[in-house]
Design a protein around this ligand. Structure first.
Ligand code: AMP
Ligand code: MG
Length: 317
């Protein structure tokens, strides 16, 4: 198992030596390596068993650091960074050659993010290089929101997990790119469509699922627990699946089952996002064969929650 601790110096030392370290962010835990060191980057793909066509997000401490790795920072990107960094927003911009094709899966763009977590911010500020960091889980599986989740899946493969406690946002960053200067959302996440629109006006959404996406993260099947996930109206699902061997996942409706998780008893979507991945994990240890889940309202963080539930349901366990 990996050591879990709060030693920034130790994490920095390992990263400088080309090792991988799991790092806390406000979204989910990341599996971090020196983004400018091809061997460290290769190790990230190997450790996660991640296909090489899936690019990595590069983490920086602030906007000036981000500017070192891109050709230019278009005005709408600058506005978004000023509004939401540090925070759960990834900006996809034209890369400089210092960022290798391995990091970006051959794309000429790079996804950059400034995470909002004091430990990781401190770590990034001490390093002379940015950190490539996908979520610290095996490819296609549920993302980790606490150090123990990382240890369960990757603990035997990495030396150290920087312990930043529970992730506050709990789902991944929103990814925004620019096509002919139009902002396009590639992944729904912790910053809502409505928040983006307030800052830059109209945004386009292109999160279409496919088996081999041009801009990945759009994989149809993702975030999958090891049990089958079925979506629908809970009352209907319970007609088809016996309650005594079904996990029940709802926002706030109570079905009085020992195998139920409610994402937020008050129907708060922030709380729901924060609890989502832990709830999906909880079903793993329950004696249930299937996870029945109800979508939430399709607005605000609800869109990102529904996106994760749909991709979880698209997976073959
Ligand atoms: P993960 O870090 O595992 O949550 O996944 C990172 C995701 O970021 C990828 O699957 C892509 O969707 C997205 N991404 C990273 N870099 C780019 C890029 N240059 N262009 C488009 N999407 C990107
Ligand atoms: Mg991931």
């Amino acid at each position: 198992m990996a050591e879990i601790g709060t030693h920034i110096e130790k994490a920095a030392h390992l990263l400088r030596s080309g090792e991988l370290v799991a790092i806390p962010t406000e979204t989910v835990y990341g599996l971090a390596g020196n983004a400018l060191n091809p061997e460290a980057v290769a190790k990230i793909f190997e450790t996660k068993n991640r296909p090489h066509f899936n690019p990595l997000i590069v983490h920086v401490p602030d906007v000036p650091a981000a500017k070192k790795y891109v050709q230019h920072f278009p005005e709408p990107a600058d506005k978004l960074a000023r509004a939401f960094w540090p925070g759960p927003l990834t900006l996809v911009l034209q890369k400089k050659t210092i960022i290798s094709d391995l990091v970006t899966a051959g794309l000429d763009t790079v996804g950059l993010r400034c995470p909002d977590h004091p430990l990781t911010h401190n770590l990034l500020s001490q390093l002379a290089f940015p950190l490539a960091a996908p979520s610290a889980n095996l490819f296609g599986r549920v993302s980790p929101t606490r150090p123990e989740h990382v240890n369960e899946q990757l603990g035997h493969l990495i030396p150290y997990i920087l312990d930043g406690g529970l992730c506050t946002v709990g789902i991944e960053s929103t990814i925004v790119g620019f096509e002919k200067n139009r902002p396009v959302i590639y992944r729904l996440g912790g910053i809502t469509v409505e928040q983006l629109q307030e800052v830059i006006g109209e945004v386009f959404i292109n999160t279409h699922s496919s088996a081999n996406p041009k801009t990945p993260g759009q994989l149809k099947s993702h975030y999958a627990p090891s049990k089958k996930v079925v979506l629908g109206k809970m009352e209907d699902l319970l007609q088809q699946y016996p309650a005594h061997c079904s996990g029940i996942l709802t926002l706030s409706k109570n079905f009085n089952s020992p195998y139920q998780r409610m994402l937020s008893t008050t129907g708060n979507l922030h709380e729901a996002a924060h609890n989502l991945f832990q709830a999906l994990r909880d079903f793993e240890t329950m004696p249930v064969d299937v996870i029945l889940a109800e979508l939430v309202e399709e607005q605000g963080l609800g869109r990102a929650i529904n996106d994760r539930l749909r991709r979880a349901a698209a997976a073959e366990p």
